[in-house]
Design a protein around this ligand. Structure first.
Ligand code: NAD
Length: 457
């Protein structure tokens, strides 16, 4: 079905054009201009899909990728330089270098929550590394997907970069083709399908998945600032962030104070009735809305202490905080991916560490504490994709920090140089002159073992 586009991209790749650094830089600049020129249309599409506030679209979908592009343009020559490697003295005279080279034709599949940024940010790495690419945005954010398609039709030749629109079936047809790399952002269940399809073609994958990301709150904090950052990071995009703190693990000594502060922050951010706030997004579709509402209906001993209001026609769920949850509650059994924040208290930090380590490895972990010993302890004793100390989400926006999960939360990483590396093969080449040709390595071997032992052993 897409064989022709892939075939044309392979032909274009074979011309070697994408290996030129000025070509790559030019394409990155074109992408940047395309984004800047369509800023208003991108805002509108995101508003239509998610009622995403303009400011959230600007920071999390536009500025983020524009900065990534600028960073790539600035560093591409350096990233692309062959790097000298050391060689053992036994091989002297010789030299060795590692050459980055593009993989070829790559596929990028995106999710709906940041539907623009999640296909463009990996594409930046793919372009910088010299690949041809096909991107498939999520069909669930349909307005943004349409717009991406239009932008790509206008600015890029399909035999170099193509956007393909479609849902599960399209995705599966694409996955049946041979690519040189597949970069997937989405849920764990589909991640397994993607990896299985890729295995059939021996195609390497990057999987950017989700999970339940904990946020640990110690007593040694500025409680107002901590509450503000947590509230912002959780309810940004109505909680539909792979990186959102899924649940809070709070020292019981400060739990009540923290909850009071969170309540106050919610009023400051969204007013008395968040349904009327222009700064609060909506749930993407009815299926996700129903899933989230069921969490609220299906609580055992847990209590909704803030929010809980829902309006089906608008797909509105108020910022909601739940206390006294148990791991048996449905809300604790899977990634929430919505504006519901469960609270679990601990008396000793070891309990919090044990909880984190008893769960699948999360995409993010957040710690609020000024205690340096505790900061070190959490970093040493817990496993997670990446995170922040005393803030939420913002590590994602830093191009020099590779972003990716571990274990169930993903395979591989991107952003900045990590994106370039993901879409590159590093070719190691050792070079020798004809000068000196020690016969010790060649047959007949008789009598050479003890000397080989002395030289190489
Ligand atoms: P999803 O896995 O349902 O869909 C992602 C993409 O896969 C879409 O483009 C979709 O068309 C395609 N797809 C869906 N079903 C498929 C199938 N059976 N076969 C082949 N392709 C299929 O994910 P989603 O609902 O769009 O996004 C939510 C998930 O994504 C959450 O788990 C979230 O944590 C995760 N996520 C992760 C990151 C990250 O950077 N790690 C970012 C955003 C979202």
């Amino acid at each position: 079905m897409f064989a022709e586009t892939i075939h044309n991209q392979r032909d274009f790749f074979q011309t070697g054009k994408t290996k030129d650094i000025p070509f790559r830089i030019q394409q990155l600049k074109t992408l940047k201009h395309a984004i800047i020129d369509h800023e208003a249309a991108i805002f509108n599409a995101l508003k239509a899909d998610l009622n995403k506030p303009l400011e959230e679209s600007f920071t999390a979908e536009i500025v983020l990728v524009v900065k990534e592009i600028q960073y790539a343009i600035k560093n591409i020559k350096n990233w692309n330089k062959p790097k000298k490697a050391q060689i053992p003295w036994q091989f002297i005279p010789a030299s060795a270098k590692i050459y980055p080279e593009p993989l070829g034709v790559v596929l990028i599949i995106g999710a709906w929550n940041y539907p623009f940024q999640l296909v463009i940010a990996p594409l930046i790495g793919a372009i910088a590394a010299g690949n041809c690419a096909i991107i498939k945005p999520s069909e669930i954010a349909s307005q943004t997907s349409n717009l991406i398609f239009e932008i790509f039709e206008k600015y890029f030749d399909k035999s170099y970069l193509a956007a393909i629109e479609g849902g599960v079936e399209t995705s599966q047809h694409l996955l049946a083709e041979k690519f040189d790399h597949i970069f997937f952002t989405g849920g764990n269940a589909v991640g397994k399908i993607v990896m299985e399809a890729a295995a059939k073609q021996l195609t390497p994958v990057t999987l950017e998945l989700g999970g339940k990301s904990p946020c640990i709150v110690d007593t040694d904090i500025d409680i107002k600032i901590a509450a503000r950052r947590i509230t912002w990071g959780k309810f940004f995009n109505a909680g539909q962030s792979c990186l959102a703190p899924d649940y809070l693990l709070v020292d019981r000594k400060i739990k009540n104070n923290l909850l009071d502060e969170i309540k106050q922050c919610l009023q400051e951010f969204y007013g008395e009735n968040p349904a009327k706030s222009p700064d609060y997004a909506r749930i993407i579709n009815q299926k996700q809305f129903d899933r989230l509402v069921n969490y609220l209906k299906d609580l055992k001993d847990a209590k909704i202490i803030i929010g809980g209001e829902t309006t089906s026609e608008e797909r509105y769920i108020a910022p909601t905080v739940i206390d006294s949850v148990s791991w048996e509650d449905a809300v604790m059994q899977e990634e929430i991916f919505g504006p519901i924040l469960p609270i679990i208290e601990f008396t000793d930090i070891k309990e919090a560490v044990n909880i984190v380590n008893s769960q699948p490895k999360p995409l993010a972990l957040y710690l609020f504490s000024q205690n340096k010993t505790l900061q070190k302890q959490i970093i040493r004793e817990t496993v997670f994709g990446g995170g922040c100390i005393n803030h939420i989400l913002i590590h994602y926006t830093v191009p020099s920090l590779p972003f990716g999960g571990t274990g169930n939360s993903g395979i591989g990483s991107y952003h900045g140089k990590a994106g370039f590396d993901t879409f590159s093969h590093y070719k190691s080449v050792l070079k020798k002159p004809f000068l000196l040709d020690v016969k010790l390595l060649y047959p007949p071997y008789e009598g050479k073992l003890s000397l080989l032992r002395r030289i190489f052993g």
